[in-house]
Write a protein that binds this ligand. Structure first.
Ligand SMILES: C=C(O[C@@H]1CC(C(=O)O)=C[C@@H](OP(=O)(O)O)[C@H]1O)C(=O)O
Length: 366
């Protein structure tokens, strides 16, 4: 059990608070010889950083990453890699009014009950700003995966904002990069813009569902029983701030299927098994099948809102709370690159575990 660390062989420890001097990730177990530099990691951080549209927080952070160790002449050395991002745009006075109160739906109250004190500035350690560190580690994982599994493509996108889901008939992979919501449905992007603008102006927020797909993942990653690939993916997604639900493949909806409908029928293709469908989300018995790995997670509405809500103070007095400052009306938007980063870290971790146990040798079919 580690409080701030995840992964078995590719181990990521994140550290830092939203209004502290800096935050970052300490990565142990990265394979040596991986080509990496700050620009390669920055590419991924730039997709998550705040202040990029009216639909996200207006805090302005460059999220500029510094590699402090573990890289020599542009390659990982196999030793501990320290990634650091300085905080530059803290505005802690926004939080002075709520320092003595608990935001409903926020970690404020549980942190206080557990530890008896908390860094309330920007939510401290519970801030979604912590996810910058995950994205930095994910950038490193992606670089390792690019060397080890060149065909792997990890892509996240939003499939639902509030009650409004995408139309899968309009799914367009190229559209994901073109709109501020990372959604594959151009019509949804238009509809959500108007919807979220209204919510934002009325001082409210909303949740979202994010899907992350890994295409080109080899079969054989993951292991029964406690080392399942889906166990680690679910834990990784659930560890992201504000996540309240995780699904693999058809997830909860698979309960409504019959065995006939759920069967991902198998035929023999030119290069091995061919699956007619993918209800399983690319994982059977905790082990990847070689199909697309499909994970979804639900992000709750941002709890820092301008609409007054009832709460209590640390002295137990009943009161109202309004959270001022710069907040995301839908924090799910910036959770998209975070979900991708977690998928990259978990797949790399399982790739390394599999190489250790089986050497990557697969059972023959045909
Ligand atoms: C800074 C980021 O998001 C922050 C996440 C956050 C929260 O409570 O989660 C609250 C806000 O912090 P602040 O009040 O300091 O502006 C967001 O801006 C980031 O993600 O990089």
């Amino acid at each position: 059990m580690s409080f701030n660390t995840f992964g078995h062989l590719f181990r990521v420890t994140t550290w830092g608070e939203s209004h502290g001097p800096a935050l970052g990730a300490t990565v142990d177990g990265c394979p040596p010889g991986i080509a990496i530099d700050e620009a390669m990691i920055q590419h991924w951080l730039d997709r998550r950083k705040p202040g990029q549209s009216k639909f996200t927080t207006q805090r302005r952070e460059p999220d500029a990453v510094q590699i402090l160790s573990g890289v020599f002449e542009g390659r990982t050395t196999g030793t501990t890699i320290q990634l650091m991002i300085e905080n530059t745009d803290q505005r802690s006075k926004d939080y002075s009014e709520i320092a003595q109160k608990f935001r409903p739906g926020h970690a404020d109250i549980t942190y206080h009950q557990k530890y008896g004190l908390r860094d309330y500035r920007g939510g401290g350690r519970s801030s979604a700003r912590e996810t910058a560190a995950r994205v930095a580690a994910g950038g490193l994982a992606r670089a390792a995966l690019a060397a080890l599994v060149p065909d792997l493509r990890i892509t996240g996108y939003m499939v639902q904002m509030g009650p409004h889901g995408i139309d899968r008939g309009r799914f367009d992979w190229d559209e994901i990069e073109r709109n501020p919501f990372w959604t594959p449905d151009p019509q949804a992007a238009e509809d959500w813009a108007a919807y979220l603008d209204g919510l934002r102006k009325s001082g409210d927020s909303v949740g979202a569902v994010i899907e992350v797909t890994a295409r080109g993942c080899p079969p054989g990653l993951g292991a029964p029983i406690y080392a399942k690939l889906d166990t680690d993916l679910a834990a990784a997604a659930m560890s992201i701030n504000a996540v309240k639900g995780v699904e693999i493949g058809d997830g909860m909806a698979s309960a409504a299927l019959t065995g006939t409908a759920n069967a991902d029928e198998i035929t023999m293709g030119p290069d091995g098994p061919d699956y007619g469908s993918n209800h399983a989300g690319g994982i059977l018995g905790g082990i990847s099948t070689g199909q697309d790995i499909v994970m979804r997670f639900a992000v709750k509405p941002t709890s820092s809102i301008l609409t007054p809500r009832r709460t209590i103070t640390m002295d137990g007095e009943e009161t109202d709370i309004v959270t001022k400052g710069r907040h995301d009306p839908c924090v799910g938007i910036r959770a998209v690159p975070v979900g991708e980063a977690m998928m990259a870290c978990v797949i790399l971790d399982h790739l390394l575990l599999d190489r250790g146990q089986t050497g990557g040798v697969r059972g023959a079919i045909g």
